[in-house]
Structure formats: C-alpha cells, structure tokens
Design a protein around this ligand. Structure first.
Ligand code: HEM
Length: 418
C-alpha cells in the first residue's frame, strides 16, 4: 500500500490540488485546503490514497482507532439517489484522506449565512492515516434498487452461534462504513460528516467506536494486546503475503459475479468480554484457555511468539500440551480445512453496568473470501472453545466490500454498471 507523508501531500496540494494526487483533476481544493498547510508539525503526517485495486483499510497497517457505522437506506430512496450518495461519499473521501475538509467550502468557507458543510472538528488534525472502507449489506440486494440479480450466491448470512445474544436493531444494515485513523477525532469526524451527507437517502442504524488495534496487518507492526492482556494478531494474514491474500481474502474470478472481483467480505462482531471474571483466573489458566503463554505470546509448545503451535505434543501424563479446547487450536487453519482470515479488530469500553462491571470487549472484524469461511471457523470456536465462557456476541453484520476505485470512479460503481 503506497503512503504519502504530510509534506508530500501538502506539496501536491500546493502544486495543483487533489487533482494531481488523484491523477484526474476531478476535485479542486479551495482556500480552506491552503489554510490547512498551516497544520502544526506534531500532527500525524501519514496519508493513504483512497484509490487502488482494493479499498484501503483492509491490508493498510491497522491504525489505532476505528469508528464503524452501518446505515439503512431510506424506504423512499431510489437507485439514482443511492448512486448519487455513493458519488458524493467518494468525492468527500478523496479529500478527507488527505486531511482536507470534505468540500471546498468546508468548515469555514461557506459564508456566514449557511451551516458549514464540514463540521470542522478535524480541520487542524491532518490526515492521521485515515482510511474509509465501504461495504454493502445483504439487504441492499433485495428488490428496491434492481440489484437482486447481482448478489453473489456466496453472500450468505452468518448462522446463529452458541454464544450469540444479537440485538437485531443494532446489527446488519444496507451499507457500512469503516473509518480508521490514528486520531479518534479524525475517524469520528469522517463518520459524522458522511452520515450528515446521507440525510434524505440513508440513516445511521448502528455504530461502534474502538481503540487499540487488536491485530497487526503488516509485518512492520508490533503485535498489540487485547483487553485480556494477550498478544493478538500474531498469526494474522499480513499485507506482505499477497499470495495468501489472493487465496483467502480477495474475491476472485471463480466466484460468479465479475463486478465484485477484487472485493472481499467484512464480518463485524461486537463481542463483550467478561473482564472481571477473566481477571480472577490464574495466569496458568488464562494461558491454557488461549493455548499461548501471555508475556511473549508464544504457543505453549514453543518459546518464541512466531513459533508454530505443535498440536500433537503431549505432556508426560499423555495430555495435549495445547488443550483440545484452547482458542488457538479451535480456530487454527489445521483444524478448519486450511481457512485463514485477515483480522482487523479493535478494543472497546462502552462505560459500565449498574454493578460496576465494564461494558467492554473486542469489536472483531475479519475479511474473508466468503462469509461461509468465516462462519466455519466461528462455528468451530462457538462449539468447543474454552474462550466462549468469557465472551458474548451482541451485534453482528456481514458486508460485501466492493473492489477499490479508480481516479474517475465512485465506490461500488462496478455493481451499478453490472
Ligand atoms: C473477544 C474475542 C476474541 C479474542 C479475545 C481473541 C483472541 C485471540 C488471540 C489472543 C489469538 C492468538 C494470537 C494470534 O494469532 O492472533 C487469537 C488467534 C486467532 N483468533 Fe481469536 N479472539 C477472539 C475471537 C475470535 C473470533 C470470533 C474468531 C473467528 C471466528 C477468531 C479467530 C482467530 C484466528 C483465526 C486466530 C489465529 C489462529 C492461528 O492461526 O494460530 N478469534 N485470537
């Protein structure tokens, strides 16, 4: 994934605006962008281009923060309204990822007599590595917009799992947007303003804010820890593994619907974790449940974080060193027909309950070639994993993430032109 630093972005803005970056000259940055060249140097300088063969925010090195949102398209909205919204969202995102305001008039340049087009709270924060990733829910392919015949046959739902306590009012949705950035205000600014742009066409159905990535998606990143204190993301698929990504993540030409090639499926699961119960477990038990030791993250059969687990190893008493019901065994490709996934989840703490327990957990996001592949691994986990005792899934959604956009396209264009 190509990146630009802040100086390169500003250099390009000075040399002719976003058009130079997008290669198409389709978007002009007005005076507000010029004002943004005054951004203080201590802001995050990282910027990822919006365009590419695949959407950004999938193999992009996972940023620190997420604001995820799912939308319901208004019952009165037409196919043209939907296309118009996707065009306007695309146009805005091309600017937002550069640290610019969402339109040329932006937060301060629209005149005294109008509400500002951009809410303004990210105006001094720079791009902060923002990526905005769009997905389509299964319901978008009903008969409202003439898309039914273009729904891929493998776009199936995730079946109910044994530890599911799903709130249907805060799950699924016609559209989803995943905004990730290193500054929480930049991610939330994107969702807030894209939501506002949708007024009259789509409304926010549910959303989730997360912090502290729980996965590495690039070999350049250190493995982070989740709220159980475990290193999380060790054996995740990484951006550098392009052959494995082709095999496990990107929708390919064997999968019926050509418009979706280069896309992927995003599954989002808000999983609450019983933090207070977990914290009473002895360290040895915490490690047995996962199958890895906690400090280095090494499998219980190894010494280094990146050692391969040996599921055949036994103790002197003939018991498996990695328990039959340990998480890493249940979800490992060896026990799931070789299935791998790209995980890109985040921690969350949404306050606490009346008993003083944290309402906390992992907003789990995975990208797979089909939802069924994710479901197979999840079923294996839900059936037997010791982890399940400490987890509860409260919200869920599966979305088809269309392929990336070119400099002249809008996101999802291949679907509407199929
Ligand atoms: C709150 C819920 C969860 C927590 C705290 C959690 C935690 C972890 C940890 C600490 C690891 C070991 C380090 C690593 O390789 O990343 C791991 C591995 C993994 N987890 Fe989870 N996990 C959760 C839910 C899930 C779910 C829902 C799935 C998918 C159905 C899943 C799939 C995987 C996979 C595929 C691996 C890598 C296994 C391997 O190749 O060794 N996890 N998880």
């Amino acid at each position: 994934m190509a990146t630009m630093n802040r100086r390169q972005v500003l250099g390009l803005l000075g040399a002719g605006g976003i058009g130079a970056l997008a290669g198409g000259g389709t978007v002009a940055i007005g005076t507000q962008a010029a004002a943004q060249s005054e951004v203080p140097p201590e802001t995050d300088e990282l910027a990822y281009p919006f365009e590419g063969a695949h959407q950004a925010g999938i193999i992009t090195p996972a940023q620190d923060r997420i604001h995820f949102a799912a939308f319901t398209v208004d019952p009165e909205a037409t196919r043209d309204d939907l296309i118009d919204l996707l065009e306007r969202w695309t146009h805005a995102c091309r600017r937002l990822v550069l640290g610019a305001e969402l339109s040329a008039r932006g937060a301060f340049g629209g005149g005294e007599n109008f509400p500002p087009e951009d809410s303004g709270e990210a105006s001094d924060l720079g791009p902060s590595g923002l990526t905005v990733t769009f997905g389509f829910g299964r319901t978008l392919f009903d008969d409202r917009f003439g898309l039914a015949e273009h729904m891929p046959a493998d776009f199936t739902d995730i079946p109910v799992m044994s530890n599911d306590f799903i709130d249907p009012d805060r799950s699924d949705g016609d559209l989803c947007i995943q905004a990730c950035a290193n500054d929480p205000q930049v991610a939330s600014h994107a969702i807030r303003n894209l939501t506002r742009m949708a007024i009259g066409t789509a409304v926010l159905k549910w959303s989730q804010i997360g912090f502290g990535r729980t996965s590495s998606t690039s070999e350049s990143q250190k493995t982070p820890r989740n709220l159980f204190g475990q290193k999380d993301g060790t054996s995740n698929l990484k951006a550098e593994e392009s052959e494995l990504l082709d095999e496990h993540v990107w929708i390919s030409d064997e999968q019926a619907q050509d418009w979706a090639i280069g896309g992927t499926y995003l599954t989002a699961r808000r999983i609450t974790m019983t933090i207070e119960v977990w914290d009473t477990l002895q360290l040895e038990e915490q490690e047995r449940v996962l199958g890895r030791e906690k400090f280095h993250g090494a499998p219980l059969t190894g010494t280094d974080e990146f050692d391969e687990p040996d599921f055949s190893a036994t103790t002197e008493r003939g018991l498996p060193v990695i328990d039959e019901r340990a998480h890493v065994r249940r979800v490992h490709p060896d026990n799931n027909d070789g299935i791998q996934m790209l995980r890109r989840g985040y921690n969350f703490i949404d306050g606490n309950d009346a008993q003083g327990r944290l309402n906390a957990g992992l907003f789990f996001i995975a990208f797979t070639k089909t939802p069924a592949r994710f479901a197979q691994v999840h079923s294996s986990m839900a059936r037997d994993d010791m982890f399940v005792e400490y987890l509860k899934t409260t919200n869920s959604g599966v979305y088809l993430v269309p392929p990336g956009v070119g400099t002249e396209d809008y996101v999802g264009q291949t679907l509407f032109e199929a």
